[in-house]
Design a binder for this molecule. Structure first.
Ligand code: FAD
Ligand code: NAP
Length: 341
């Protein structure tokens, strides 16, 4: 049975702790709830915003003048298709992502261990193809099930259909706002080797690669993240605010000439990734505040709400950073966070 609430404070539903009222808000706990609210909205025709854990969004102080659906549909099951080498696991969209990853590593399955301690829900994981420490969810995602918000039709998307790319997918582009994801299936391996090429991770684990278990990687990633990232409960934030830009060879060589200490990663396809956090730090913004919004002291890619920050303060900070980085490097940063004005 659904309970449609009115004028709900959305700052309570986002890890940035920013956002004005939603005209309507409903929490769905199973698929029947979801169909019920879609039917209700057939007559109302309110615009719809889906929220999982609210950990990748920045919502205006004016709020959202439509219907917010909070996806709370939970469950994890091992599905047919498993064999001696691999297992197919399906999680419902409202399942807590880290809880799901913990479940898989406890079973000894390989695939998601580098993605530990990422806030949010399973259902949002395909939206920006979540990634960390050299692994993306697309590497093991096999199917995404979703329901069309207007027509009520269910559709199954294969990995290929999702058009996954760096921090993006079809759900963040062509199909943005059109579907509500209900479950995601992953193919995980029973035997594999740890992927620990990121410096901090290698250092933290410091074990012979052949004896590392998925749970060792899970634990190491969690510890690194707890040391480096702001806890949203204390400092509201939505993780990396910007994407890491990729530049071509010509631009890369110009930057190399200009900056002796240039940080970059060769992507092997003629492109080079320049860490946005490094550029923001070089532009002098690391640890700086603008009103109640600020740049995190341990990782300049994360913008934080130091307490009571407004939507416009964060946008002003964002625009200042974009301008200064552009002046210094000739690179325009793009936000990774979903901004709802
Ligand atoms: P929300 O913020 O609720 O939603 C994000 C977007 O997805 C919105 O557009 C929303 O409308 C849409 N959406 C949500 N659920 C559904 C659904 N069921 N169906 C359709 N659309 C939906 N991200 C990374 O990639 N890697 C990281 O390492 C990482 N680290 C982070 C660390 C911190 C401290 C924080 C705060 C964030 C971090 N993030 C990271 C960002 C964030 O955790 C992920 O993007 C996560 O997948 C968002 O999940 P969510 O449920 O909170 O999504
Ligand atoms: P970091 O290790 O300090 O590295 C800074 C940047 O350099 C990262 O963004 C990463 O790019 C890149 N990098 C580092 N080592 C690399 C390698 N061996 N090969 C290719 N690229 C490399 O980063 P961090 O801030 O502590 O984050 C660690 C990981 O968690 C990163 O993968 C990061 O994306 C992820 N993370 C994501 C969010 C988010 O909200 N999206 C928030 C926190 C952490 P990539 O980002 O492309 O990996």
């Amino acid at each position: 049975m659904i309970n449609i609430l009115e004028k709900v404070d959305l700052s309570l539903y986002t890890t940035f702790k920013i956002g004005g009222p939603a005209k309507y808000l409903v929490e769905v706990n199973d698929i029947l709830d979801l169909f019920q609210i879609i039917d209700w909205n057939k007559k109302k025709k309110e615009k719809v915003l889906v929220i999982g854990g609210g950990s990748n969004m920045l919502i205006s102080d004016d709020g959202f003048s439509g219907l917010v659906i909070v996806n709370n549909i939970k469950g994890i099951e091992e599905t047919i298709g498993s064999n001696d080498n691999e297992v197919i696991i399906t999680a419902k969209a409202g399942e807590d992502w880290d809880n799901f990853v913990k479940y898989t590593v406890e079973k000894g399955y390989w695939g998601l261990e580098n993605l530990s301690y990422i806030p949010g829900t399973v259902g949002a994981s395909p939206i920006q193809n979540i990634g960390a420490y050299g692994v993306e969810m697309k590497d093991s995602c096999v199917l995404v099930k979703a329901i069309n918000i207007d027509t009520r039709e269910e559709k199954t998307f294969s990995n290929k259909d999702c058009l996954f790319s760096y921090r993006s997918s079809i759900f963040k582009k062509e199909l943005a706002g059109k579907y509500i994801i209900t479950e995601v299936s992953f193919r995980l391996l029973k035997k594999s080797k740890a992927r620990i090429e990121y410096g901090a991770l290698k250092e933290k684990i410091n074990k012979d690669i052949d004896i590392i278990k998925p749970r060792d990687v899970y634990k190491a990633v969690k510890e690194i993240r707890q040391e480096k990232l702001p806890e949203p409960e204390k400092f509201g934030n939505a993780g990396s605010f910007f994407k890491n830009p990729e530049v071509n060879k010509e631009k890369f060589e110009q930057l190399e000439e200009k900056f002796d200490d240039l940080k970059s990663y060769d992507l092997g396809n003629g492109m080079h990734k320049i860490p946005a956090g490094w550029m923001i730090e070089k532009a002098g913004w690391k640890g700086k505040n603008l009103g109640s919004a600020g740049v995190w002291k341990n990782q300049a890619l994360i913008l934080v709400n130091n307490g009571g920050a407004s939507f416009s303060e964060v946008l002003e900070l964002m625009n200042n950073i974009i301008e200064d980085v552009d002046k210094m490097f000739g690179i325009k940063l793009n936000p990774e966070v979903n901004i709802f004005k």
